[in-house]
Write a protein that binds this ligand. Structure first.
Ligand code: ZN
Length: 133
């Protein structure tokens, strides 16, 4: 397992990239909209992990709600696992609370699922698995 990425909720990707891409000079490897989650995503590799910047595309998006409640900032930590469905089943069997019962498509050709912060001591944890291309 490794940390695949840190998700950061931002009000505007364009403005955030002025710091992360121009200021820190990190490359942007992927920019895409994940319709299902109502987010526009930019991925910036840092060593073997990445920073994921997340901008809401609609007011009912989880990112819009997060920013309205707490302001911009770290939104989740994503761990790379070999098999998201198996990891979910294992966590569920141990009585941990899930947000997603099943993996769903995420950004950059990944299958993802979220574990509820109630079970992770206040941190939203995303599990991710690279899909075959
Ligand atoms: Zn993520």
């Amino acid at each position: 397992m490794k940390i695949d990425h840190l998700g950061i909720a931002v009000e505007s990707l364009e403005t955030a990239l002025k710091f992360y891409a121009q200021g820190l000079q990190l490359p942007v490897t992927c920019e895409e909209v994940v319709e299902d989650q109502g987010v526009k995503v930019a991925m910036l590799p840092v060593g073997e992990s990445r920073i994921e910047l997340l901008e809401a595309t609609r007011p009912d998006s989880p990112i819009a709600k997060f920013i309205a409640k707490r302001g911009p900032g770290i939104h989740h930590i994503c761990l790379n696992v070999p098999d998201v469905a198996a990891a979910l089943a294992e966590l569920k069997a141990q009585g941990f609370q899930l947000i997603d019962e099943k993996p769903r498509p995420g950004a950059d050709h990944c299958l993802v699922a979220f574990v509820h912060p109630k079970s992770t001591h206040g941190v939203l944890i995303e599990l991710s698995q690279k899909m075959q291309e």
